[in-house]
Design a protein around this ligand. Structure first.
Ligand code: DX5
Ligand code: ZN
Length: 218
């Protein structure tokens, strides 16, 4: 069984001092850094791209978990790989050729992830299970931090865990994860927990350490 990983999303960090934020949250015990890339097209918000990630790379040695909410994704995969992402996750809804996107990420030498919007059924994964290292279940509609967890996603996580069976695939959940909601998703089988607003509400390394610990008590 794979380890519990807390993955703070820097979408909720102070963008005016992003390097420092990434450094401090790493010092505070973050296992992964979750990087939300939004294009204003696939999702109704714009965040940051590969040059920002490249600049952040020297501020942390943690695993860079890149969540691409962009369409098309394929023309940009190499740029995100070169920027220093360790894993690249694409949405199953982001294009007609999911398998091609996954093969491209694999060829770039990065961990391969697929993410599903709340309304997208797990069946889209059935024919790519041997090609992926990570499944990301969205527990909010992507685009914004600070939204409310969708309770129906607990059952979806349980079903995803069953689909994974004994394969070494990370099961990640993203959206509305707090000390109140994390217990149910952990019990359902998720092992990677994205948290934006529950970690970054301003503060210091000490505050980040406390908020990360509060999530880890699952
Ligand atoms: C939403 C992003 C999430 C977001 C989570 O589109 O994919 O990673 O930052 O934020 P919280 O934890 O505040 O729901
Ligand atoms: Zn995300």
């Amino acid at each position: 069984t794979l380890p519990i990983r807390i993955a703070p999303s820097i979408l909720a960090a102070d963008f005016a001092k992003l390097g420092q934020e990434v450094h401090e949250v790493t010092q505070a015990g973050a296992d992964w850094i979750h990087l939300d890339v939004m294009d204003g097209h696939f999702v109704p918000n714009i965040s940051y791209g590969p040059d920002v990630i490249k600049a952040l790379r020297r501020h942390s040695t943690a695993f860079f978990d890149c969540h691409l909410m962009i369409t098309p994704a394929d023309p940009y995969l190499e740029a995100f790989a070169k920027a220093g992402c360790d894993g690249i996750t694409v949405h199953a809804e982001s294009g007609p050729h999911l398998h091609r996107s996954l093969q491209t990420i694999r060829a770039l030498g990065k961990k391969v992830g697929v993410t599903l919007n709340p309304a997208t059924p797990l069946s889209v994964l059935e024919n790519v299970l041997e090609d992926i290292d990570l499944i990301l279940i969205m527990s909010v509609n992507p685009g914004f931090g600070g939204q409310k967890f969708i309770p129906a996603m607990v059952e979806k996580i349980r079903a995803a865990k069953a689909l994974i069976a004994s394969r070494p695939i990370e099961l990640e959940v993203d959206g509305g994860i707090t000390p109140e909601t994390i217990g149910a998703v952990a019990a359902a089988g998720a092992n990677v927990f994205v948290a934006g607003s529950a970690v970054f509400q301003g503060g210091s390394v000490e505050a980040y350490r406390e908020r990360i610990s509060a999530l880890r008590t699952v």
